[in-house]
Write a protein that binds this ligand. Structure first.
Ligand SMILES: NC(=O)C1=CN([C@@H]2O[C@H](COP(=O)(O)OP(=O)(O)OC[C@H]3O[C@@H](n4cnc5c(N)ncnc54)[C@H](OP(=O)(O)O)[C@@H]3O)[C@@H](O)[C@H]2O)C=CC1
Ligand SMILES: CC(C)(CO)C(=O)C(=O)O
Length: 299
């Protein structure tokens, strides 16, 4: 299968490493980067410390029309621009699989492409880190969760390729529930670790109990508006389980703030605030997180 990857970062490289043995995987350069026809060697380090050299092969955007599947592994705020860039060349027959954290991306992509395209969603509990463009580390064992945003059919070849060739990849007919649970995890852990400048495990401390409960309750209310039933106690247990399991992690949002990079706040707590504005059910703790992170981002 001819797969085009948008995003040569941590997750794009992890996907490349897992799919490369079975498929022709090419990367799309960022707009303005004339890298088509070029190749780039990088070192991929596996969880057990073994390393291998992989080669990224770049194509030009016009060649997107020859793809059997496009996978977009970008930060949530990068997806809209990337999709607008490929839209003139993307056939409605070619599924576009979005791999990202947060919510609100689908609405942006649907606005860019219309409802005629096949859109998949690939969530992940894997960990990967790009040290430099030439070095990517697989940092956390996890799995892939595949589902449909719009008309992405589990019986078609692109879905089968991901299910058969990604490590630990399963199909979820109700991927939106999983996405909401992941959103809730990120709504709690990401902003609090960034605002208080702590590792994930520190959130187990009693001083965070009240704000964690308030954030969870606000997410549950907004999920219900979107007809997703999240059971608060179960969700709370899941979130504390992630806090314990990733106790030594520095969350991606904390890392973004420390590195003075844009964070995905608008697609995490910002999404809840946006839902709250539409539903009329306030989400003050999520709003507080957005305000605090936006202030930190300005520094
Ligand atoms: N890393 C992880 O462990 C996990 C990440 N996720 C989620 O997966 C998504 C991707 O994360 P991750 O891979 O870590 O992010 P990265 O920043 O490592 O990767 C994104 C890459 O895409 C490049 N890029 C940006 N815009 C474009 C474009 N228009 N065309 C082509 N390339 C582009 C970026 O370049 P540049 O940096 O120069 O902008 C960067 O190399 C995020 O939503 C993240 O939250 C989910 C689970 C785990
Ligand atoms: C689960 C968690 C919070 C792990 O650090 C994460 O997804 C992130 O950092 O973005």
């Amino acid at each position: 299968m001819n797969i085009v990857m948008i995003g040569a970062g941590a997750m794009g490289s992890l996907l490349h490493q897992q799919l490369d043995a079975y498929h022709q995987v090419h990367f799309l350069p960022k707009p303005g980067q004339q890298e088509f026809g070029f190749t780039e060697t990088y070192q991929f380090t596996h969880l057990n410390g073994n390393t291998e050299q992989l080669v990224r092969r770049y194509i030009k955007v016009e060649q997107i029309g020859q793809a059997d599947m496009v996978i977009c592994a970008l930060k949530a705020y990068q997806v809209k621009g990337a999709v607008e860039y490929i839209a003139p060349f993307l056939s409605p027959d070619c599924p576009l699989v979005l791999q990202h954290n947060g919510m609100g991306v689908f609405q942006q992509v649907r606005q860019a492409l219309g409802d005629n395209y096949k859109l998949g969603l690939l969530l992940s509990t894997q960990g990967a880190r790009r040290v430099e463009d030439e070095q990517v580390l697989h940092t956390g064992k996890g799995n892939w969760q595949l589902g449909s945003y719009q008309a992405f059919d589990v019986r078609d070849n692109p879905a089968a390729a991901l299910l058969n060739h990604l490590q630990d990849c399963s199909w979820y007919p109700s991927i939106r529930e999983i996405q909401w649970t992941k959103l809730a995890v990120n709504c709690v852990i990401n902003p609090l670790t960034a605002i208080y400048d702590v590792l994930n495990g520190e959130l187990n401390n009693d001083r965070f109990t009240d704000i964690i409960d308030a954030l969870i309750n606000e997410v549950v209310v907004q999920a219900k508006v979107e007809k997703i039933n999240l059971e608060p106690e179960r969700l709370r247990n899941t979130i504390y389980q992630v806090i314990r399991q990733t106790a030594g992690n520095s969350s991606s949002m904390r890392e973004d703030i420390l590195a003075h990079r844009q964070s995905e706040i608008e697609f995490i707590n910002g999404y809840i605030v946006n839902c709250a504005q539409h539903s009329g059910r306030a989400a003050p703790q999520n709003q507080w997180c957005v305000t605090q992170i936006n202030q930190l981002q300005k520094k």
